[in-house]
Design a protein around this ligand. Structure first.
Ligand code: GLN
Length: 457
C-alpha cells in the first residue's frame, strides 16, 4: 500500500499517468465513472513547473461522483445528471486543489447515494476489491475500491448513514465520517441534509488525519459548518475508557465479525485502555428512525429535479404534469423513487405526526442515550456492519435486507457524531472486516489519534 508521502516530491505528471494507467488496468471493478485526465495533466504540469505548490502538490486523488468537480460530468451515478457539467467545484475539492492535490477521476456510487452496495448506480455496480463476485459496499463503493486497489492514496466520499464506513470495512481501508458540520457540504449533491457529511478513505490513519486537516473548517457557503476544531494530535494518553456496545454484538452478527471486534477490544486493553461492555438500548430502533427521517429529507431534496431547470428532461410533446412525471420516472432509479414515495408519505398531513415527528422524537432519545454514555466513556466500539461483503445481487430484491446492513452505522449519523471504520483483519475467506469507533461531537482528532496509536503497534 502506498502512502500520501510516497507521492510527494516526485514528478506530478508521472504520479497522474501512473494512477490513470492503474485505473485503466482495473476497469473490471467499475470503480470509476469517469477520468479527468486532461485537466489532471494540465494541473500536474503546473505543479512540475512550480506554478502550483502546497502540502499535497502532485498527489492524485479521486472524488465520489456526487461532488461537483471540473474535468468530467457530475452524475451522482444517475441518468438525471448524466450530462451535468459542474459550473463550480465543491469546497472540499477546492481546498485540496489549493494544496496542489490532483483529482484524476470520479468514483461510482449508488445513484444519489441511496444504498449500501453501489448496486443502485444507474451505470452498474462496483465490484469488491477482494472478491469480484461481491459488493463494494456503498454508497461510496467506488471511492473505497480505488483506495483499496492503490490507484490513488486517498479518495473523498459522503456519508449520510454509513456510506463511507460500510464500503471502507468491506474493502479493508480506513474510512472517516467526521462530526456533522466538520467539512463543508457546499457543491455536493444533497441526500439528507441533517446527516450528510463529507469524509475520506485512506490506506492508513495518518493520511486520513492529513486530508481531514485540509478539508475541515468553516465555509461561508455552508452555514452548517462548524468553526474549525480539527487539529491532529501527536499522541494519545493511555487509560481511555471505551464502551463496547452490546447491541452491536448480538447473535445476529457474523461470528467472525464479532471475533475481530473482540480482538480489537483486546488490543485496546493491551495498549493501556479500559474496555467495558455498555448498552445503547435504543439502537434496536435507529434503523426505523433513519428510514423515516432520511427519505423525508430525500423527497424534499430531490424535488428540484423537475426536468426544467437542469438535468435530464423527458423527450416529446406532453403536458407539464406528464413532463415532470416522465422525467422523474426515467431519470431516477427504483431506490430513488422508493425513498421519494416513503418520504412524501411520512411528511403528508395525517401521517406527519405518526411517523416523521415520532422519528424525530426518538432521534432526540438516541442523542440523550449517547450523551449519557459519553459521561463515562471516551469512545464507543463495535463492528461497522453485521457481516463482511455480501454477494452481488444477494440483497437487491429485498430492500429491508439491504437496509439491515446499515444497522450499526446509522446511530452515529442520526446523532451527528464522528465515527470511523478501521481495518481489523479478514474472515477465513479473506474478506476484510472493519471495526467502528464512535466519538463525542468534535472529538474527531482524538478518535483518529487513538486509531493511529493502535495501527502503529
Ligand atoms: N446505506 C445507507 C442508505 O442507503 C446510507 C447511505 C449513505 O450514507 N449515503 O441510506
Amino acid at each position: 500500500m502506498t502512502l500520501i508521502a510516497d507521492y510527494i516530491g516526485r514528478s506530478a505528471r508521472d504520479n497522474v499517468l501512473s494512477a490513470i494507467a492503474k485505473a485503466q488496468d482495473n476497469e473490471q471493478y467499475h470503480a470509476l465513472l469517469s477520468l479527468t485526465k486532461e485537466r489532471a495533466l494540465e494541473r500536474a504540469d503546473a505543479v512540475d513547473r512550480g506554478d502550483i505548490t502546497g502540502k499535497l502538490a502532485g498527489v492524485p486523488f479521486v472524488v465520489k461522483d456526487n461532488f461537483l468537480a471540473f474535468g468530467a460530468p457530475t452524475t451522482a451515478a444517475s441518468k438525471m445528471l448524466e450530462h451535468f457539467n459542474a459550473p463550480l467545484q465543491s469546497t472540499a475539492v477546492e481546498k485540496l486543489e489549493a494544496e496542489g492535490a490532483i483529482c484524476i477521476g470520479k468514483a461510482n456510487l449508488d445513484a444519489f447515494a441511496h444504498g449500501g452496495s453501489t448496486e443502485n448506480s444507474a451505470y452498474g455496480p462496483t465490484k469488491n476489491a477482494f472478491d469480484q463476485t461481491r459488493v463494494a459496499g456503498g454508497s461510496s463503493g467506488g471511492s473505497a475500491v480505488v483506495t483499496a486497489l492503490d490507484i490513488v492514496p486517498f479518495a473523498l466520499g459522503s456519508d449520510t448513514g454509513g456510506s463511507i464506513r460500510l464500503p471502507a470495512s468491506f474493502n479493508g481501508v480506513v474510512g472517516v465520517k467526521p462530526t456533522y458540520g466538520t467539512v463543508s457540504r457546499y457543491g455536493v449533491v444533497a441526500m439528507a441534509s441533517s446527516t450528510d457529511v463529507i469524509g475520506v478513505f485512506t490506506t492508513n490513519v495518518a493520511d486520513a488525519e492529513q486530508v481531514m486537516d485540509i478539508i475541515a473548517g468553516t465555509d461561508p457557503k455552508d452555514m452548517t459548518t462548524l468553526a474549525n476544531f480539527f487539529i491532529p494530535k501527536r499522541t494519545i494518553e493511555s487509560g481511555k475508557k471505551i464502551g463496547l456496545v452490546k447491541e452491536f454484538m448480538t447473535d445476529d452478527v457474523d461470528p467472525e465479525v464479532r471475533r475481530r471486534t473482540l480482538e480489537y477490544a483486546q488490543r485496546l486493553r493491551d495498549n493501556g485502555h479500559i474496555v467495558e461492555e455498555v448498552t445503547l438500548p435504543i439502537a434496536a430502533h435507529t434503523l426505523a428512525m433513519y428510514y423515516i427521517i432520511v427519505p423525508a429529507e430525500v423527497s424534499s431534496n430531490l424535488a428540484r429535479y423537475d426536468g426544467i431547470r437542469y438535468g435530464y428532461r423527458a423527450d416529446g410533446v406532453m403536458t407539464l404534469a406528464e413532463l415532470y412525471g416522465r422525467t422523474r420516472d426515467e431519470g431516477f432509479v427504483t431506490e430513488n423513487k422508493r425513498r421519494i414515495m416513503i418520504g412524501s408519505y411520512v411528511l403528508s398531513s395525517g401521517y406527519f405526526d405518526a411517523y416523521y415527528l415520532q422519528a424525530q422524537k426518538a432521534r432526540t432519545l438516541l442523542i440523550t442515550e449517547f450523551n449519557t454514555l459519553f459521561k463515562d466513556y471516551d469512545v464507543l466500539l463495535g463492528p461497522v456492519a453485521p457481516m463482511p461483503a455480501f454477494k452481488l445481487g444477494e440483497n437487491t430484491s429485498d430492500p429491508i435486507k439491504m437496509y439491515l446492513a446499515d444497522i450499526m452505522t446509522v446511530p452515529a449519523s442520526l446523532a451527528g457524531l464522528p465515527a470511523m471504520s478501521i481495518p481489523a483483519g479478514a474472515n477465513s475467506a479473506g474478506l476484510p472486516i472493519g471495526v467502528q469507533l464512535i466519538g463525542q461531537k468534535r472529538s474527531d482528532a482524538d478518535l483518529l489519534a487513538l486509531a493511529r496509536s493502535l495501527e502503529e503497534m
